[in-house]
Write a protein that binds this ligand. Structure first.
Ligand SMILES: [Zn+2]
Length: 119
């Protein structure tokens, strides 16, 4: 008996090939076809996690992923600053900044590698 995907509700006749779900942690905004899909009105919801094409067309665009990561980081920093309020706990803020710095170093290294900007 064919299974049904709990997320995209597709009947998985050929097993995983029929699933329209994007890879874990990704949305349409990470896809190389995002601009085309938006222009054609295929993408209806921002942050969509299921492809509207059949079969699935998702193709990870590393530059788009990187930009989305930066946006998320910026939002996280803004949120943390808001939460810190007038606490002005210097150790808390230092730890917070350290965490962001480490994550950004990793992603910037990855970005340089992907786009051949090393050395
Ligand atoms: Zn699915």
């Amino acid at each position: 008996m064919a299974k049904t995907c709990q997320k995209c509700h597709m009947t998985l006749e050929k097993d995983i090939e029929d699933c329209m779900c994007l890879p874990e942690g990704h949305t349409c905004a990470d896809c190389a076809y995002f601009r085309n899909c938006t222009a054609m009105g295929t993408v209806r919801v921002e942050g969509q996690k299921v492809c509207d094409w059949y079969p699935i067309r998702f193709r990870k665009d590393r530059a788009r992923c990187f930009l989305r990561y930066l946006e998320q980081e910026q939002k996280a920093i803004e949120q943390a600053i808001k939460e810190a309020g007038d606490k002005s706990d210097k150790r808390y803020l230092a730890n917070l900044l350290d965490g962001h710095k480490k994550r950004n170093e990793i992603i910037l290294k990855e970005f340089a590698k992907v786009f051949g900007l090393e050395g």
